[in-house]
Ligand binder design. Structure first.
Ligand SMILES: N[C@@H]1[C@@H](O)[C@H](O)[C@@H](COP(=O)(O)O)O[C@@H]1O
Length: 388
C-alpha cells in the first residue's frame, strides 16, 4: 500500500477491507439469535430511522429489505418518526421499527421509538452502547462492536451500521422463505467478496484520492449528487465533507441537481462528487448531468463502476468494483470519498469535526451536538398524553 499521508479517516477507510469478514462473522451470530422465526414472519412493514450517518445507513439498506425480505419499507430521519409519524389513528401492528445509532445518544432516535411503540410497532435498537437512551427505549437491542476509532469523520462506524442492516435483511428473507439457505449464504459471501474486490485497487484509489485532494482543496463549496441507490452515498459524502473540512456542501438527486444546483454561480469553485452505478436506471441522466458539470467547468469527480469511456470528457473518474447485487453497492462505494476527505484534511490542515469540543463548535469540554437526553423523549410522551 503506497500511502504517504496518514490520518485517522485514511486509516479507517483503508481498514474496511480487512474488517469485513470478521465483522460479518460476529454480526451473524448476533443476528441469528435476535428474533424467533415467528417474530420475523409476523413483520410486514419496516421503518428504518436514525440521525446523520445512522439515518442514511437506513436509506442505504432500504432496497435490500424490500427485495430480500419483501417488506414495505420507510427510511426516515428520526425527527420525522418522532414528531410527524406518530399518528394515533395509525395501527403499527406487524411493523418493525429499527432505530439506528452508533452512540445511542441521539435523543430524537430514542424519541422515535417511543412515538411508534404505543401503537403496536416492535422496536429494535442497533447500537454499540447499551447504556445510552436508545437501548433503554426499545423492545430489543442488537449491540455491535463498531470499531470506535480516533476522532475522524465516522467511516468504520457507518460501514458497521450498513453491514448490520444488510445481514439482517438477508436473514429476514431467509426466515420468511423468500430465499433459500444457500442463497442467503451466497449473499453473505457476496458482501465479503465485494469488500475484498477493492483490495487490488487500493493503491490506484489512494493515488487518485491524493491527486484529487490537491485539485479539490481550493474549492469553496461542494455538491454531492446521486439518484436511487446511489443517493445514500452522495448524502454520506456530504456529511463527511462537512466533518472533514467544514466547507458548505449540498446533496441533491441527479434530476434536481439539473434543475436547481445547476444555476450556482462560480461553478469553477464548486467541487462536485457524483455517484453512479452501472446498473442504475438513472445512469444516462447522470451522464447528461456530468456533461453539464463539465461544460460549466466544475471540478467534478465520478465515483463509479461505469466504464470510463462512457463518462464525459473533463470528469475525473475513480473506478470501483461492481457489487454482485445492486443493493450491496452502498457498503463500500463511499470508501474513495472518505479517503479523499483524509487527503483534503491534510491539504487544508483541517481538524476533523473542528475538534468537537473546541470553541466555537464545542463549549469547554462539552460536545454541543447532543440534545438534553430526556427532553425530546418527554415531548413525544407529552404529545401522546394530550392525544395530539
Ligand atoms: N457527527 C455525528 C454524525 O457522524 C453521526 O452520524 C450522528 C448520529 O450519531 P449516532 O449514530 O451516534 O446516532 O451524530 C453526530 O452528529
Amino acid at each position: 500500500m503506497n500511502q504517504a499521508v496518514d490520518n485517522a479517516v485514511i486509516r479507517q477507510s483503508l481498514s474496511l477491507v480487512d474488517l469485513a469478514r470478521p465483522l460479518i462473522g460476529d454480526l451473524q451470530k448476533k443476528i441469528d439469535a435476535l428474533f424467533t422465526k415467528e417474530e420475523i414472519c409476523a413483520f410486514d412493514k419496516l421503518i428504518l430511522t436514525g440521525c446523520g450517518d445512522s439515518y442514511i445507513a437506513g436509506v442505504a439498506a432500504k432496497p435490500a429489505f424490500q427485495k430480500l425480505a419483501g417488506l414495505a419499507v420507510d427510511a426516515l430521519p428520526a425527527p420525522e418518526v418522532a414528531y410527524n409519524y406518530n399518528n394515533s389513528k395509525f395501527n403499527y401492528g406487524k411493523t418493525l421499527c429499527i432505530g439506528i445509532s452508533i452512540s445511542g445518544k441521539v435523543a430524537a432516535t430514542a424519541a422515535a421509538m417511543e412515538a411508534v411503540h404505543p401503537y403496536g410497532a416492535f422496536t429494535l435498537g442497533i447500537t454499540e452502547n447499551l447504556e445510552a437512551p436508545l437501548a433503554q427505549h426499545v423492545d430489543r437491542v442488537l449491540k455491535h462492536d463498531s470499531p470506535e476509532a480516533e476522532l475522524a469523520p465516522g467511516t468504520a462506524t457507518y460501514f458497521t451500521s450498513v453491514m448490520t442492516l444488510l445481514l439482517l435483511a438477508i436473514k429476514m428473507g431467509e426466515v420468511k422463505g423468500r430465499i433459500c439457505a444457500e442463497q442467503a449464504e451466497a449473499y453473505r459471501e457476496g458482501l465479503a467478496a465485494y469488500c475484498e474486490a477493492f483490495r487490488p485497487h487500493i493503491d490506484e484509489i489512494i493515488a487518485k484520492a491524493e491527486s484529487l485532494g490537491k485539485k479539490l482543496a481550493p474549492c469553496t463549496h461542494y455538491d454531492c449528487v446521486g439518484s436511487g441507490l446511489d443517493y445514500a452515498s452522495a448524502w454520506f459524502a456530504r456529511a463527511k465533507l462537512y466533518e472533514a473540512i467544514g466547507k458548505v456542501t449540498a446533496v441533491e438527486n441527479t434530476e434536481d441537481w439539473c434543475h436547481v444546483n445547476y444555476f450556482a454561480r462560480n461553478p469553477q469553485n464548486i467541487g462536485t462528487i457524483v455517484y453512479v452505478t452501472a446498473s442504475s436506471p438513472a445512469k444516462y441522466r447522470c451522464i447528461e448531468a456530468m456533461q453539464n458539470m463539465a461544460r460549466l467547468g466544475r471540478p467534478t469527480v465520478a465515483i463509479t463502476d461505469v466504464c470510463q469511456s462512457e463518462i464525459p470528457a473533463g470528469i475525473e473518474v475513480v473506478s470501483i468494483p461492481t457489487a454482485a447485487e445492486s443493493w450491496m453497492a452502498p457498503l463500500m462505494q463511499f470508501m474513495p470519498l472518505t479517503l479523499l476527505c483524509g487527503y483534503l484534511q491534510n491539504e487544508l490542515g483541517e481538524t476533523p469535526l473542528r475538534g468537537i469540543t473546541e470553541s466555537p463548535w464545542g463549549d469547554g469540554d462539552r460536545n454541543c451536538i447532543y440534545a438534553d437526553q430526556s427532553h425530546q423523549i418527554e415531548i413525544v410522551m407529552d404529545r401522546e398524553k394530550e392525544g395530539k
